[in-house]
Design a protein around this ligand. Structure first.
Ligand SMILES: Cc1ncc(COP(=O)(O)O)c(C=O)c1O
Length: 446
């Protein structure tokens, strides 16, 4: 494709750099103009196949779908903001009822906020309130958000924490990142040392289990590198939480809402948590977070936690339309996600066979990660090469995002057509081939 980034994009990026304090961009020069279905368009009229879902938000297609957009538009003309923390309104209640229908039995309470970090912030506070304990446990590689409570749980990149401490009491433990086992073991013969470490080291030496209110877990680690743990890991963590009266919080902000082919990603591991958080794709692109708790945990005292915009009617109208669409199409969406996920895995596994620069391919449903290495034996992360693959794919019309140190996440909208999926995979495959050849020739000449 010609002129990527084009004249208009370059000019907007120049203005952006002068005024914005946005800090997390990896400098993919995509300047969004509009989008629909499988495609996003930039301000120079270039079309891109979307394999990013705009950071896992557009599960139902770029710019959501017509039903979701119409519901939001209609609600704007009726009432935007109901002051839900002080007054009552039916739509947030109706959506909560609909959402609870998708949850495991025993779930009966919903709290609204505006983002993933706020959903986790609420979960952290509720867990302290319910248990009257102050410690939390989370994992290395975890990303739970960037407000102070959630950031205390996050341990993905040190730059995200640098200068922001001190943090509330959170202890981090190694996640089951089997491709790079923190204990130098190999699954399945490892005896789940990562679970044993929590029992024998964290809870025995760092803080008493009686002091832990919560364990936060991403059932599939997202920002940390699209890491899928073995079932035994998630089950082992559940056992620790149950044995010690610690509440298990599933952060499904990125992995939930059908991304893995199930409404809740935790269900892939046969585990039920005590608290779930969701955001990202739940309102089709409008800002919204939800925290769901078990009825048996009880209520929170009035005034103890609230926010002005939680229950915003435009966001809820979009979420309600999205969930109605999802419920109506549950069977086909589940099958479509699993089938397309398998198609992706098959193609990527074949790419792995032909290209040594790929160290690992992993995922569940349509939450797929490809980790790049400079050497399969040493597993030296191929970070520069990974960034080049994203940049080159972009120039060829494919939108991708990184995750972890040297992984690319492939997360198209769940509704993507197989034609666009194959076209995107073809671009990705060709670019990976080029990166592989260049790494090999560099090695020879070096
Ligand atoms: C698993 C997870 N939790 C929480 C968050 C934070 O969400 P937000 O950026 O909406 O605050 C993210 C964002 O990437 C996430 O992936």
């Amino acid at each position: 494709m010609a002129n990527i980034p084009g004249k208009n994009a370059i000019e907007i990026i120049r203005r952006d750099k002068r005024v914005m304090l946005t800090t997390s961009r990896d400098d993919i020069p995509f300047v969004a103009d509009h989008g629909s279905g499988d495609y996003a368009y930039d301000v120079d009229g270039n079309r891109f196949i979307d394999f990013s879902s705009f950071i896992s938000v557009y599960n139902m297609g770029v710019n959501a779908n017509k039903e979701i957009r119409e519901a939001a538009k209609k609600q704007i003309d009726r009432l935007i903001h109901p002051a839900f923390t002080d007054y009552y309104s039916e739509l947030p209640v109706a959506f909560a009822e609909r959402l609870l229908d998708q949850m495991p039995s025993g779930f009966g309470r919903v709290f609204y906020s505006n983002s993933g970090t706020e959903a986790n912030e609420a979960a952290l506070k509720f867990a302290r309130l319910f248990t009257k304990r102050q410690y939390a446990l989370s994992f290395y590689g975890a990303f739970h958000g960037r407000t102070m409570g959630s950031l205390s749980l996050t341990a993905s990149k040190s730059v995200q924490r640098e200068h922001f401490g001190p943090f509330p009491n959170v202890i981090h433990a190694p996640y089951a990142y089997c491709y790079r086992c923190p204990f130098g073991k190999e699954y399945p013969g490892c005896g789940m040392e990562c679970v044993e470490y929590i029992k024998k080291t964290v809870l025995a030496k760092e803080a008493s289990p009686k002091e832990f209110s919560s364990i936060f877990i991403e059932p599939v680690q997202g920002e940390g590198g699209y890491i899928v743990p073995p079932k035994e890991f998630v089950r082992g963590i559940r056992e620790i939480s149950e044995d010690n009266g610690i509440l298990l919080v599933s952060d499904e902000v990125q992995s939930g809402y059908m991304r893995t082919g199930k409404f809740l990603a935790t269900d892939n591991f046969g585990v039920k948590s005590d608290i779930y958080t969701m955001a990202k794709s739940i309102a089709g692109g409008l800002p919204m977070g939800v925290t769901l708790t078990r009825s048996s945990l009880g209520d929170i005292p009035p005034g103890s936690h609230a926010n002005t915009f939680g229950g915003n009617l435009v966001a809820i109208a979009a979420a309600n339309a999205s969930l109605a669409y999802l419920s109506r199409n549950m069977r086909s969406l589940t099958k479509g996600t699993m089938d397309k996920g398998k198609r992706m895995k098959k193609e990527l596994d074949a790419l792995y066979e032909r290209n040594e620069i790929i160290g690992d391919v992993r995922g569940i449903g349509m939450m797929v990660g490809v980790e790049f290495v400079r050497d399969r034996k040493t597993k030296e992360p191929a970070r520069k090469e990974r960034d080049w693959i994203i940049a080159e794919s972009f120039r060829k019309g494919l939108l991708l995002l990184p995750a972890g140190e040297s992984t690319i996440r492939l997360i198209p909208p769940l509704t993507i057509s197989t034609k666009s999926l194959d076209a995107g995979l073809e671009i990705f495959g060709n670019v990976v081939k080029e990166a592989n050849a260049s790494l090999k020739s560099g090695r020879k000449s070096g």
